[in-house]
Design a protein around this ligand. Structure first.
Ligand SMILES: *Cc1c(COP(=O)(O)O)cnc(C)c1O
Length: 388
């Protein structure tokens, strides 16, 4: 039925296929019966298969069953949901928090609550797709500023039509480049022009900041940032996502965010696991220390080999290749060397910036990182990407 469209994608080296991972996620996974080092998971702190999360989830299943049975506003709000939202508000230091089924759903529900027809949204050009979809859905006028470019944003803000509410939208940690939004400068502009700033901290939560509270903690600007969203399926090892902010915003979202209202409540066991994850994040800072040490080891090793790395300042490290075809070929060679590190191609990244996107976790061992570097050295030389 769609053979023609699929053939076209394949011709452009843009066809994507699902890959079956046959084991729990972790530094080592089984794929097609073979063991490989996984360099693609966002489970930065190794919590997805952590004993305490599994225990919290199984206890919650024993008590509350598997499905919540209805949407949150009908009869789907169970004690784990309440406990998770209280724990998130405490963790983020806000009045309240609200959880959604996923980060994608937060952005579809939250952005239309913050901006509507007649308002203006200014978004970083490399924002995550879910933010862009939320912007479109809001009905607000929507423009992008050059990636991380405060001068360009300033220009757009200074030319905004009078009496228009403005919302600035950015990732905290950019998901494909691993660099950080310049939050202090963005806040200066937001405050100067009386605009709102929404930071999507999907990759910052649990990772950035001394206590893992996110990119705002990293920059020391938490008190200036009233609304934050982040996800529970990446460093927190569970699933779902949250908005943390003033109580009136949370109550408004309960009444107005369609992606919160018109969907079945997330399984209580997943909420219970996320509560356990927050406890691990707070009680085991050594995981974050290992994560950053591993990140330095991998980034330093790749740079020494001569690869072109993006502007990464996080555990997301892009190895830039350029066109889609050689990026795919490099991923294929890495796979032959026992390393799973997928090629990221358009439309996920701009044309001409296809790359291998690596993510490192606290659980990778120094030996595994050395094996990854050996695989990159061999594959990079075979393909002439680095000096021989
Ligand atoms: C992963 C991601 C999301 C989506 O979160 P899910 O919970 O996976 O739906 C949103 N924003 C950014 C920046 C992300 O990286």
């Amino acid at each position: 039925m769609f053979e023609h469209e699929l053939a076209e994608l394949a011709d452009q080296h843009l066809l994507r296929r699902l890959r079956l991972v046959e084991s729990a996620t972790g530094p080592l996974v089984t794929i097609a019966g073979r063991q490989a080092i996984l360099m693609a998971s966002n489970d930065y702190l190794g919590l997805a298969a952590h004993r305490r999360l599994k225990q919290a989830a199984t206890e919650a299943i024993a008590r509350y069953g598997v499905g919540a049975g209805a949407s949150r506003l009908v009869s789907g709000t169970l004690p784990p949901h309440r406990d998770l939202e209280a724990a998130l508000a405490r963790f983020k230091g806000t009045e309240a928090a609200l959880t959604f089924g996923s980060g994608y759903l937060v952005n579809l529900g939250l952005i239309p609550a913050l901006a509507g027809p007649g308002d203006l949204i200014l978004a970083d050009r490399l924002c995550h797709a879910s933010l862009l979809d939320g912007c479109r859905l809001s009905g607000a006028e929507f423009r992008v500023y050059r990636h991380g470019d405060l001068a360009h944003l300033d220009q757009l803000l200074s030319r905004r039509p009078a009496r228009r509410a403005v919302l600035i939208v950015t990732d905290g940690v950019f998901s494909m480049d691993g660099d950080l939004a310049p939050l202090p400068g963005l806040l200066d502009l937001a405050e100067r022009y009386e605009a709102r700033l929404l930071v999507d901290d999907a990759h910052g939560t649990g990772v950035m900041g001394k206590e893992g509270r996110g990119t705002a903690e990293h920059f020391g600007v938490e008190a200036r940032l009233p609304v934050q969203m982040g996800t529970l399926g990446k460093a927190l090892g569970a699933a779902g996502a949250y908005v943390a902010g003033p109580g009136s915003l949370i109550e408004y979202l309960v009444n107005r965010a369609r992606s919160f209202i018109y969907t079945t409540a997330p399984p209580p066991a997943i909420a219970a696991a996320a509560v356990a994850a927050l406890e691990v994040v707070e009680r085991e800072p050594a995981r974050r220390a290992r994560l950053w040490a591993n990140r330095a080891r991998l980034h330093g090793g790749l740079a020494a080999l001569g690869f072109t790395l993006g502007p990464s300042e996080s555990p997301i490290i892009p190895v830039l290749v350029g066109e889609a075809e050689p990026a795919l070929a490099l991923a294929e060679r890495l796979w032959e060397h026992g390393v799973l590190a997928p090629a990221i191609r358009p439309p996920t990244v701009p044309k001409g910036t296809s790359r291998i996107r690596l993510t490192i976790t606290s659980e990778h061992s120094p030996e595994q990182i050395a094996r990854v570097l050996d695989a990159f050295a061999a594959a990079g030389r075979e393909m002439g990407l680095i000096p021989g």
